[in-house]
Design a protein around this ligand. Structure first.
Ligand code: B1M
Length: 217
């Protein structure tokens, strides 16, 4: 296979063997790390998601693909451009309660960290209490929640309701992302209920960075 297709195929196959050499070859060809992730690795992950969704691929193989993806991102990370700007602000970032998906959240962490933000990454399955405690402890400017399951979109709504109940909605703008969310759900439904607070939808890590830049100015 040509290099581009081989990279996607290695994610689909969950094959770490030779993945580092392929990534190095792509870098040596002048391809930027984030373009490698977006153009090839995430293409592979999309196929994995489709096959899993249609029952053609079983969970242990999805896990192997996820591990190959993580390995690839870790390999590329040192090659990414880093802004040497001073600290632009702090975000507490978490995958919501009951949800283990963290590849997207960790990409958001990398992109924001490389662009001058301090990211307090709490990990997966985080209840709202832990998120709010961390935001308080780290004097966060923004709270970011990720979730990929449909039920996570309901949990995000509950989390916003909890922030309102505690009058904390005016304190932290909230950034939401993850495959099960839609822009309309966040910008219409959630925004309407989160009255007096700010809630934003980020389709991907780059929109997350744009929104952080907007919120922080
Ligand atoms: Co899961 N899984 N999974 N899974 N998995 C999905 C999400 C699913 C859509 C697959 C499918 O059916 N086609 C489906 C959800 C269906 C639904 O809810 N209706 C699903 C399911 C069902 C499950 C289990 C329930 C399966 C089971 O146990 N029977 C289980 C869930 C367990 C749980 O959470 N309690 C499960 C488990 C797993 C693995 C552990 C095997 C693995 C995760 C490993 C890991 O993350 N460490 C996994 C994977 C890999 C997937 C798919 C195939 C790929 C997800 C991924 O990493 N994508 C996924 C299919 C899909 O998404 N279509 C699927 C790449 C990643 C970069 O994208 O996270 O969307 P994403 O992030 C994007 C944007 O969304 C955005 O930026 C990123 C790109 O720049 N973004 C943000 C994300 N968070 C953001 C936050 C922001 C801003 C932007 O600001 C705060």
């Amino acid at each position: 296979l040509p290099l581009d297709e081989r990279l996607a195929q290695r994610i689909i196959d969950g094959d770490k063997n030779g993945l580092d050499t392929d990534l190095d070859e792509a870098l040596a060809n002048g391809k930027r790390p984030l373009d490698i992730i977006n153009d090839h690795l995430l293409e592979g992950m999309k196929v994995v998601g489709d096959r899993f969704g249609s029952g053609q691929m079983q969970l242990p193989f999805v896990l192997q693909s996820a591990e190959a993806m993580k390995f690839a991102v870790a390999h590329l990370e040192p090659h990414m451009d880093k802004a040497d700007a001073a600290d632009k602000g702090t975000i507490v970032l978490a995958t919501v309660r009951g949800d283990v998906h963290d590849i997207g959240k960790n990409l958001v962490d990398i992109i924001l960290s490389n662009n001058g933000y301090t990211v307090v990454n709490l990990g997966i399955k985080q209840p709202i209490n832990a998120i709010l405690d961390a935001a308080e402890e780290h004097s966060a400017d923004v709270i970011g929640m990720s979730g990929l399951l449909v039920k996570s979109t309901v949990i995000m709504k509950d989390n916003l309701a909890e922030m309102m109940a505690r009058s904390m909605h005016t304190r932290w703008p909230v950034l939401l992302g993850g495959a099960a969310l839609t822009r309309a759900y966040v910008e219409d439904d959630l925004r309407e209920m989160f009255e007096g607070g700010q809630v934003h939808y980020a389709r991907d890590a780059f929109e997350g960075l744009d929104l952080m830049n907007k919120v922080m100015t």
